[in-house]
Structures are given as structure tokens and as C-alpha cells.
Design a binder for this molecule. Structure first.
Ligand code: SF4
Ligand code: SF4
Length: 492
């Protein structure tokens, strides 16, 4: 592998626009409400779905037409259902009308959080957690903002490229977040090997007491929020709690940059920097890439058009996930596309039994017991894997790399985590269905009560009306009799 560190020093290149964009929207938890239909014309930044508590809005990455809308099974997790929207570009790349804000301090925190939500911003470092939700949860709870500029994976330089070239905007984003969450100190966490970036940051913050730079030792995996908090403060995030619960708000640099663009420039999230890693046959470097750009676009535009003989990963050397469908596209949290030529797989590693050497536990950065997790995952003992905190595993593969028995531990953990998450998802779905059912029952009951009351009212009205007509009839009869008597008397 050639060295890719140099790419982060240069401005990211603009990837030519693809002809078609593939937007995937997770609809596994609750149904997604679409805002577009097939053949509709869309502009860049136009929302494609209505947001809800589970999904932030997703926007068109360019102008064009909605070519197709269909259901797609997630290749990483077959149980997850995605909605796939295909946009055919018109090559004009026309924006919707943007609403930039000159002075964000004139807006309340709630108003700014709403803009961030409507701009579809999620954690771009990998988490994909809604940034607006994170900010809502942090209100009146946090005292420090941690800027995560630590890139765990050795060859990914997307964040470093962003800081090198857009530091001014990132600092502005930090100030916006500090204003929203009433933060008094901003810690910029960066690893010691980024010497040029560190000196650049210092030159920008020299007269700004809000900012402080924290230089961390180069260590894998340094960028996970649990490890970051521990390295910076010595504190551990308690199990099933988050950094905000102990007073720290953590945002990745790319997310902070996206927040700045949403507030100051009024731009919804439609692009991000992606590190593309390839050998000399493929394109390499950092690229401004639209969300929804299909992977095959990286291959067709450049040197080598024959891509049957390649392997593609989303992510880096340690945590990368292999993808098999080249129509899969850049998601909001995709920071790296890694393209490799297929090699002859003649030296397949054999998986042996666990010898309980304990090496895996020594290296686990979040203090788990991988051998126990492996044992219980293999035996599908979901209660035990949960008890041993499998959900805290950050899938860094450190345990797997040191295992003398060559056990693909993370493969077992991923399967087990998916099963547990699906069980939890089913519970959430059941709760939502039960809530809907009880609401419907209440509505029907109310409707019945109202119609019953209306019926009683209308019968009463009818009765009153009947009585009134009877009275009138009786009075008419009476008047007729009296008139007859009066006539008789007058004749006499
Ligand atoms: S390193 Fe491998 S063999 Fe050793 S205890 Fe862990 S899983 Fe078992
Ligand atoms: S992948 Fe292994 S080493 Fe990494 S967090 Fe999970 S159990 Fe620990």
C-alpha cells in the first residue's frame, strides 16, 4: 500500500457528478413518509422524506428527476429494510433557495437545533446519530465540547484534510455549538503525528480562550468516544450511558463543519469528504463526494474500467466492511472507500479452537472479555452476551489480530449484535404498535360516545319538536271548537 498521508495536505478534489444517485433510507424501525414521487423534478437540497423521531430528513444530492423508488434489503444486515430512491441527474446541479444566517446569536437554541434537524445532519464519524437529538439531550447537561479530530484508521485522512483546509469554518461550527449548548470550553483532540495540522490549529486559536488543543498519543483505536473520554479525562462512560450524561458533548470535525454550513450557509447535508484508497490502477485521494454517489462511479470515471476483478470496502484497514453490490452508494457516515485488486486466495487461514490464552482480553480497549463473548455468541446465549456488554464492543478487531487461533471474533460479535438489536427493535415495534392500537381504541370509544350523545340529543330534539307540533295541533283544534261555539251563540 502506498502512503496516503500526503493527500490530507491538499484541498480535496471535486468528484465529477454521477449520472444516477442511489439514496438509501432506513425504514426498519418505522415507516418512512416520502415527500417525492416517481418522475418528480427535484433540486439539490430538496427533502426527499419527512423526518420523524427515528429519521432526520434526507435531501436530494443534485437536481434531476426521481427515476425510481423501491424497497431494498440491506447487504450488511438482511433484516434491515431500506427504501431506495434513484435520482437521474440533469447535470445543472441547481440548489433549492437557501436561507443563510448572518448572526446566529439572534436565534434561540431551539430554533438553531430545528435548522440542524431540517438540514439532515447526523454524526459523520460513523455513528449516524441525529446531531439535533444529541444537542437536545445535551441542553443544560454539558460543560465541555470535545472536537474529535482523531482518525483511528491508519490510512483514512478525510478529517485531517478537512481541518487542514477548512479550520476557520470548523472553529465557527464549534462556536455555534457552544452557543446552542451553553458550553464554556472546547477541547480539540488530535493525535501527535499530525504535526502540521496541530501548528495550523494553534495559529488560528491563539487569541481565543474558548479553545484548547489536546494532543493524544498515536494509538489504535483512538477515535471512539469511550476511548477519547478516557484518554482526555480519565473518566469512563458508565454502561448504557452516553458522554452527555457525564458532561461532555463529542462531535466529529466533519459533523461540526456540516453544522456550520447548515446554519451560516443554509445548506442541507448533501456532500462530505471521502478518502478513496486504491493502488496505482485506481484513483486515490480525498474527494468532495455527494451522498448517494454509487461506488461504481469511482471506478468508471478513472483509469481502470475493468472492475470485475476487485474487492471494495467501506472503511479502512481494521474496521472496513466488504461490499458486494457496486450500486451501493456513499452514505452520510462513509468516510472511506477502499478498492483492492483481487489476489489469489491460496493461503486461507484456518480457524482453530479457542485455547483460552487471554491475549484478546489484554488488548481490548474497552475492557471486554472477547473470549467469553465469542463463546456465548457461538452458543447464541443472548442473555449472557448482553450481560457481558457485547453492545459496548466498538468492532476495532484488536482482539482478532492477536488471536493465535485465527478466530474471526468480530464476525461472531457482529452477528450476535445484530440479533440483539433485532430483538430490541422488535420490542420497540411492539411498543409502537401497542401505542397505536390503544390510541385507535380510545379514538373509536370517543367516537362512539360522541355519536351516542348526538343520538340522544337528536331524539330529545325530535321529542321536543313532536311535543311542540302536538301543542300547536291541540291549540288549532281548541281554536276551531271555540270558533264553532262562538258561531252557534251568534246564530241564537
Ligand atoms: S486470543 Fe483467541 S485463543 Fe486466545 S482466548 Fe482469545 S479467542 Fe481464545
Ligand atoms: S473488537 Fe475485540 S478488542 Fe475491539 S472492542 Fe470488540 S471485543 Fe474489544
Amino acid at each position: 500500500m502506498t502512503t496516503h498521508k500526503k493527500y490530507s495536505d491538499y484541498l480535496p478534489q471535486n468528484l465529477p457528478l454521477a449520472k444516477r444517485f442511489f439514496i438509501f433510507i432506513d425504514s426498519s424501525i418505522c415507516s418512512v413518509r416520502l415527500r417525492v414521487k416517481i418522475n418528480q423534478k427535484v433540486l439539490r437540497g430538496q427533502p426527499l422524506i419527512f423526518g420523524d423521531i427515528f429519521n432526520v430528513p434526507v435531501h436530494a444530492p443534485t437536481s434531476g428527476w426521481i427515476e425510481d423508488i423501491s424497497i431494498y434489503s440491506n447487504s450488511f444486515n438482511q433484516n434491515k429494510k431500506n427504501i431506495k430512491i434513484i435520482i437521474l441527474s440533469d447535470h445543472l446541479d441547481k440548489w433549492i433557495r437557501l436561507k443563510p444566517i448572518k448572526n446566529y446569536k439572534r436565534y434561540t437554541s431551539e430554533q438553531l437545533i430545528k435548522i440542524i434537524y431540517q438540514s439532515g445532519i447526523v454524526g459523520l464519524g460513523g455513528g449516524q446519530f441525529s446531531s439535533s437529538k444529541k444537542l437536545m439531550l445535551s441542553m443544560n447537561k454539558v460543560h465541555t465540547l470535545i472536537v474529535n479530530a482523531v482518525e483511528s484508521e491508519p490510512y483514512i485522512t478525510a478529517d485531517n484534510c478537512l481541518i487542514n483546509n477548512y479550520i476557520h469554518e470548523i472553529l465557527k461550527g464549534c462556536k455555534i455549538i457552544s452557543w446552542i449548548a451553553n458550553i464554556k470550553i472546547v477541547l480539540i483532540a488530535i493525535q501527535e503525528d499530525k504535526i502540521e495540522t496541530i501548528s495550523k490549529i494553534y495559529s488560528f486559536i491563539k487569541n481565543e480562550p474558548l479553545f484548547k488543543v489536546c494532543i493524544l498519543k498515536k494509538k489504535y483505536p483512538g477515535g471512539s468516544s469511550k476511548i477519547l473520554i478516557k484518554s482526555l479525562t480519565g473518566q469512563e462512560i458508565p454502561h448504557e450511558k452516553h458522554a452527555v450524561d457525564i458532561g461532555y458533548l463529542i462531535f466529529n470535525v466533519a459533523t461540526i463543519y456540516a453544522i456550520k454550513r447548515s446554519i451560516i450557509d443554509g445548506e442541507p447535508l448533501t456532500e462530505r469528504i471521502v478518502t478513496v484508497l486504491g493502488d496505482e490502477n485506481f484513483l486515490s485521494g480525498n474527494f468532495w463526494t455527494r451522498i448517494g454517489t454509487p461506488v461504481k462511479h469511482f471506478l468508471t470515471n478513472y483509469k481502470n474500467k475493468i472492475y470485475l476483478n476487485i474487492i471494495v470496502y467501506f472503511g479502512g484497514l481494521f474496521m472496513g466492511k466488504r461490499i458486494y453490490d457496486l450500486n451501493l452508494s456513499i452514505l452520510k457516515n462513509t468516510n472511506c472507500v477502499w478498492i483492492q485488486l483481487k489476489k489469489k486466495e491460496n493461503n486461507k487461514t484456518i480457524e482453530y479452537s479457542c485455547i483460552r490464552c487471554g491475549y484478546c482480553s489484554f488488548v481490548c480497549p474497552v475492557n471486554l472479555l472477547p473470549q467469553q463473548l465469542y463463546w456465548y455468541s457461538k452458543n447464541t446465549d443472548h442473555k449472557k452476551t448482553k450481560k457481558y456488554d457485547i453492545l459496548d464492543c466498538i468492532e476495532c478487531k484488536a482482539c482478532e489480530k492477536v488471536c493465535p487461533s485465527h478466530i474471526p471474533l468480530v464476525k461472531y460479535f457482529k452477528i450476535e449484535k445484530n440479533i440483539i438489536k433485532n430483538i430490541e427493535l422488535n420490542d420497540i415495534r411492539k411498543k409502537i404498535s401497542y401505542l397505536r392500537f390503544t390510541k385507535r381504541e380510545k379514538r373509536l370509544l370517543n367516537y362512539k360516545v360522541i355519536t351516542h350523545e348526538n343520538n340522544i340529543k337528536s331524539t330529545n330534539i325530535l321529542k321536543i319538536q313532536d311535543n311542540k307540533t302536538n301543542d300547536i295541533k291541540r291549540n288549532i283544534r281548541k281554536a276551531k271548537v271555540q270558533a264553532a261555539i262562538a258561531r252557534m251563540k251568534s246564530k241564537k
